[in-house]
Design a protein around this ligand. Structure first.
Ligand code: ADP
Ligand code: MG
Ligand code: MG
Length: 889
């Protein structure tokens, strides 16, 4: 016979915390608390498999279940000395649902089950308190009528309010036994009238209907929606816990409460919780009465004049505090507890790992490791890397008054305050004048980049989490609220119109990119604390991880920011960005428009000193750390003007004929630039470009080494290689330049030449390419495009549909496609290292900052990941977690 029921109580249990899948979270932890010898009212747990059986067999209960439940009840009766349905000493029950994952949307708990017109009398006589018995009975009818029979909760609330009004009572506690008896009568009458049936009197029937209701609630709409949102499989099923009641409503020496073993919002190591005297169940959280503090310390801090549990019931309190310590040590984590005190005697009703804020999670982990409760590696593994976003940016002081004028999507975390500006020009101007601004736009476009850089924060009234504003702001680490649809931008009159307020240019607003709120005025902020707990945890992370973390940076500002976040080098410096700056773009255009090599070389001569000083500055900032520089990658037409207007403008600036420029623009036009004349293909067509860049790199290396005293070992990266011969050709040119610079300067230069792996062919031929390449860097943006044959810029039209329809689970441009692109990476890593066992391997696509992808990189044996500066701490933590998990496995 299959075992459907596990019992617990009286210091032992048939299950334990290990049996979470079978007993659900609540049942497993009740069993565990019993085994630990804690005071837990006896009970039984119907396993989750019974729920599955129920659904697989047309909503029928499995055979044998009833007998096993009855046997369990007999055991509970023996332990409590009470009998279910007995009119002298009735055993009352709570019926509680509990799945593997904590799941709101399931059936609410039913308390005091087993009461009827006869047992209520016995209960009152036995307790010597008729009022208590009738209070329990009305609670039972109220809960059971609502959650099992389906009568609207409001019906009961109305009756009770009406009775209280009639009797002149303000609080529930003022009702006498007789008055509660009246309420009970009216409740039963309402059930008969509304539902056309009587409130069930037979305890057996009450019980089985309640158990059935728990199973039925597994498939109710709320629960199904919750499961879909949280990826909880329907086959998990729910367990049912049937437990002997203990009574917090048995007079003034009784109470009920909830507590956290540490403060869930600050993480402070201090017991934190609330309770109510002479109350039951969820009264504490229901807000019927204002609960009291558990500890004296908290009472004083909150300025409450109502006694703490510590003062009121010192014995129960000190036992409770000892249990908190015991449970925390046992589970090695902060616990969220529910308890009841019946006539001075403490009973534990639930324990589970407590939910907490990002800040509390950090403090608790660090404290617990310091206390020796968990290891440093465990502390590191307990922090969600994504939550660091909240810790790395200024946040609005939770005590501050918020004057919310609108809200949108929390597009990029952190809060920012500034004057409203409506154009990027105004933002740049304000920055030059040292004023702080929030750039407010309907939506942003690439032309707004300078304004976005200059602003403290960005607010758009249109666009989602992946709109231009949102994506760019996250990349820059700038707070952003996008799609604030309740606000309207009136560009002509330079107004921001909110519900009830109109703000003009220059007015101060605050945006909260973590919540999406838009607030009037300047709001007090809390600055992120990068030292303290955060610093300690990151130190442990750095000690735990194997992979290095580098950054993608080409500007000195980014490089410095990345260093301050702990980057250990540059994994990708995109040189083309340097050619767009100021007057350089025109020299670059001159070069592109030159008729012949001699003409190109003349322009490149002008670009050389600019590139050299760029590289020298980066090398100096990186102070001897590795810097990977990618040779020019985009097709040349990207540097040329597009519209007629621009063409005319550029022709004048370069003093050439408009027609000549237009012809060149036309010849360079490509149907599919992503797969066109770019990457190493440029260096093969125009080797002089690669030579200029190589010279700039080597000369800068010499210069920077002289200045800082730290040797620079540049890593020169050739993009878009598919054939070894391509790499060999470009590498030959680079080596020739190296020899020349060494001869001219008399300084030896160490350097590496490697390639980006961004074409499937390169991954497959890695063993051959590695004969020439000294490192590989996986350019996973392009590698994803070329593996899927999906252009990232055009993907938005269909990729979201793919995700909606479940064709793909994740956007492969956000999280690495482990199966396809990932397999190419594994192949390339393995084949490349077969040829050259010290081949350096890294990743420099967006995926280098994504925790799940970083985990993959650890498994694939990469040496480093490289990501945008603001993601460096996230990558450090994720890399440490990957190493820790693998080390344990
Ligand atoms: P939830 O999952 O919503 O927390 P629970 O099953 O924990 O629901 O029940 C809610 C509350 O009901 C508990 O916090 C406790 O106060 C009360 N309760 C549950 N079981 C019992 C019991 N056996 N005796 C007394 N109170 C109980
Ligand atoms: Mg509840
Ligand atoms: Mg609970």
């Amino acid at each position: 016979m299959e075992k459907w029921v596990y019992t617990f109580g009286d210091g032992r249990a048939e299950g334990s915390a290990e049996d979470r899948n079978l007993l659900g979270g609540k049942g497993a932890n009740l069993a565990e608390m019993c085994n630990l010898g804690l005071p837990v009212p006896p009970g039984l747990t119907i396993v989750t498999d019974a729920c599955n059986h129920y659904y697989e067999n047309g909503r029928t209960l499995p055979e044998g279940l009833k007998d096993q439940v009855r046997a369990g009840l007999r055991r509970m009766e023996a332990i409590t000395g009470r009998v279910f349905g007995d009119t002298q000493k009735p055993l009352l029950l709570s019926v509680r649902s509990g799945s593997r994952a904590s799941m709101p949307g399931m059936m609410d708990t039913v308390l005091n089950l087993g009461l009827n017109d006869a047992t209520v009398e016995g209960l009152g006589q036995d307790a010597g308190d008729a009022r208590f018995a009738w209070d329990s009975y009305r609670r039972f009818i109220q809960m059971y009528g609502d959650v099992v029979m389906g009568l609207d909760h409001e019906v009961f609330v109305e009756i009770l309010e009406d009775e209280k009004g009639r009797l002149g009572h303000e609080h529930d506690t003022e009702l006498s036994a007789g008055e509660w008896q009246e309420v009970v009568a009216r409740y039963k009458e309402a059930i008969r009238e509304e539902l056309g049936e009587d409130f069930p009197q037979a305890p057996e029937i009450q019980l089985w209907r309640a158990i059935g209701a728990v199973f039925a609630s597994w498939m109710n709409a709320r629960a199904v929606t919750y499961r879909t949102l949280h990826n909880i499989p329907a086959v998990w099923g729910t367990a049912v816990n049937v437990q002997a009641m203990v009574f917090g409503n048995l007079g003034n020496s009784s109470a009920t409460g909830v507590a956290f073993t540490r403060n869930p919002s600050t993480g402070e190591n201090a017991l934190y919780g609330e309770f109510l005297v002479n109350a039951q169940g969820e009264d504490v959280v229901a807000g019927i009465r204002t609960p009291q503090n558990i500890t004296e310390e908290a009472r004083i801090a909150s300025g409450s004049d109502r006694p703490s549990l510590e003062k009121l019931m010192p014995e129960a309190f000190s036992e409770f505090r000892a249990i908190c310590d015991k449970l925390e040590r046992h589970y090695r984590d902060m616990q969220d507890l529910e308890f009841t005190i019946e006539r001075g005697k403490l009973w534990m009703l639930q324990t589970r790992a407590g939910k907490r804020t990002a800040k509390a999670a950090l403090k608790i982990s660090v404290d617990m490791a310091t206390e020796g409760l968990i290891s440093q590696g465990e502390a590191v593994s307990r922090i969600d890397p994504a939550s660091l976003d909240q810790l790395l940016h200024p946040t609005i002081d939770p005590r501050a008054r918020r004057d919310v004028i609108g809200s949108g999507l929390p597009a990029s975390p952190g809060a920012a305050t500034g004057e409203i500006v409506f154009t990027s020009e105004d933002a740049v101007k304000a920055q030059d004048e040292g004023r702080k601004v929030i750039l407010v736009r309907v939506e942003t476009s690439p032309e707004d980049i300078h304004g976005m850089h200059a602003a403290q924060g960005i607010l758009t009234t249109r666009g989602g989490m992946t709109s231009h504003a949102a994506v760019v702001a996250r990349g820059m680490g700038t707070p952003c609220v996008s799609g604030a649809g309740t606000l309207r931008v009136d560009l002509r009159n330079e107004l921001l119109v909110a519900h009830g307020v109109t703000l003009r240019k220059g007015d101060v607003i605050t945006i909260d990119g973590s919540s999406g709120q838009v607030l009037k005025g300047a709001i007090p902020m809390l600055q992120p604390e990068l030292s303290g707990d955060f610093g300690r945890l990151m130190e442990w992370a750095d000690r735990t991880r194997r992979m290095k973390v580098r950054t993608n940076a080409e500007t000195p500002a980014d490089a410095r920011a990345a260093r301050s976040f702990g980057a250990e080098g540059i994994g990708l410096c995109r040189t083309e960005h340097m050619f767009f700056e100021g007057s350089r773009i025109n020299v670059m255009r001159e070069m592109i428009l030159a008729e012949d090599e001699a003409g190109r070389r003349a322009s490149l001569e002008k670009l050389l000193p600019m590139q050299r000083s760029d590289f020298a500055e980066l090398f100096e900032i990186m102070h001897g750390l590795p810097v990977t520089i990618r040779m020019l990658d985009p097709p040349l037409h990207e540097f040329l003007p597009k519209s007629d207007e621009e063409i005319a403008e550029v022709a004048t600036a370069l003093s050439i004929e408009e027609a000549v420029l237009r012809r060149r623009v036309d010849t360079l036009h490509e149907f599919n630039p992503m797969l066109g004349h770019r990457g190493c293909r440029l260096a093969i067509s125009y080797p002089e470009i690669a030579e200029m860049q190589a010279r700039a790199i080597f000369e800068a290396a010499v210069e920077a080494a002289k200045k800082t005293g730290a040797a620079v070992v540049p890593e020169i990266m050739v993009p878009l290689v598919g054939l070894k011969a391509e790499l060999d050709y470009v590498k030959g040119r680079i080596e020739a330049v190296a020899r020349a610079v060494i001869a001219e300067s008399g300084v030896t230069i160490d350097y590496l030449v490697g390639t980006m792996i961004e074409l499937p062919r390169a991954a497959l031929r890695a063993h051959v390419i590695a004969e020439s390449a000294e490192f590989f860097s996986f350019g996973t943006n392009d590698l994803t495009q070329t593996t899927f044959g999906i252009s990232r810029d055009d993907a938005s039209a269909f990729l979201s549909t793919y995700i909606q329809k479940g064709i793909v689970e994740q956007d492969p441009f956000v999280q690495l496609d482990f199966d396809g692109v990932g397999e190419l990476i594994r192949i390339a890593a393995e084949r490349g290292r077969r040829t050259r066992n010290d081949l350096k391997l890294g990743i420099c696509g967006e995926h280098g900052g994504d925790p799940a992808s970083i985990h993959f990189c650890e498994d694939a044996g990469l040496d480093y990941v490289s990501c945008s500066p603001f993601r460096v701490p996230i990558a450090r933590l994720a890399a440490a977690q990957a190493a820790f998990t693998n080390g344990k496995a």
